[in-house]
Design a binder for this molecule. Structure first.
Ligand SMILES: [Mn+2]
Length: 288
């Protein structure tokens, strides 16, 4: 195809989420390119991989959607430890947590320890939707009330879905309050970081809001691996434990127009506002 397509990247761990297979939005072409050209000891699938929730109404599935699943299973066969943490769009798989399917483990949440010994809680993150609006004052209430709020949110959405209502939708929420998107994201981060602090881990890795980020918040490292609908991002751990976000669409585009060495140089992408504006635009259209 071109020069860089021969290049492969090796990482200790990779996190991807919000692929939304089964919908037209899933950017399977870029994801397949990413999966082909990267290798890792651990591959975490952080939820919303298959969009079962939307497939109930209408669905889209072509060969590339099969290829993504085949590619992941092949990695598992070849020794990559694949850990699948279901999200709200593939919630049906939550019934199978703590099971193993061949070499793929399904877990509600995972604990990842980096090469330099940092402990990270890995979860999809939808359980924080309902409490985002109250994130500020929830930080001050006791553990019991906080847990009740979290559980209530989970059950509330499960019942809504059983009764045929739609899930609480961020896009609908933001259509009315677009100017609050920034506040929403910051509240979401606050809620997730508070959970990490409660659980006494060094950091948290999640997805769900389609906004890739690595940020330290009050001593806790907040990581979001983004999505494969709009921004096409993955979170990776280098062999020395360093975390980084890869913007695969940028690498891919650069790949088509420049030489391999130049592309390798723009590999480093720790900008302070990664994909943020793009994510804002996608918020208006997507149900997260
Ligand atoms: Mn989600």
């Amino acid at each position: 195809m071109n020069a860089l397509s021969q290049n492969r990247f090796r990482f200790r761990a990779i996190w991807i989420s919000d692929v939304h297979l089964g919908t037209r939005g899933a950017n399977t072409e870029l994801l397949l390119d990413f999966l082909r050209r990267t290798e890792s000891d651990y591959l975490y699938l952080v939820g919303d991989i298959v969009d079962i929730w939307r497939m109930r109404k209408s669905w889209y599935w072509d060969q590339t959607h099969n290829d993504v699943i085949q590619k992941i299973l092949r990695k598992a066969r070849k020794g990559t430890r694949v850990i699948y943490v279901p999200g709200n769009h593939d919630e049906s798989f939550r019934d199978f947590t703590r099971h193993r399917f061949g070499r793929v483990a399904v877990l509600d949440e995972a604990l990842h320890i980096t090469a330099d010994g940092k402990r990270f809680l890995v979860m999809h993150g939808d359980q924080f939707d309902g409490i985002v609006k109250y994130a500020k004052w929830l930080a001050f209430v006791g553990d019991t009330a906080y847990n009740m709020a979290l559980n209530f949110n989970t059950w509330f959405n499960r019942w809504r879905r059983r009764l045929g209502f739609s899930y609480w939708s961020l896009s609908a929420y933001l259509k009315h309050k677009v100017k609050n998107a920034v506040e929403y994201i910051s509240n979401y981060e606050t809620a997730v970081v508070a959970e990490a602090r409660r659980r006494k881990v060094d950091g948290v890795i999640c997805g769900h809001i389609h906004s890739a980020e690595i940020r330290e918040v009050g001593g806790i490292v907040y990581c979001n691996d983004g999505d494969w609908v709009e921004s096409c991002t993955a979170l990776v751990e280098h062999l020395d434990g360093r975390l980084e976000i890869l913007y695969w669409s940028k690498l891919f585009e650069a790949d088509l127009s420049t030489s391999a060495t130049e592309v390798a140089a723009c590999d480093s992408s720790l900008s302070p506002t990664p994909g943020f504006l793009r994510s804002m635009a996608s918020f208006a259209r997507l149900k997260l």
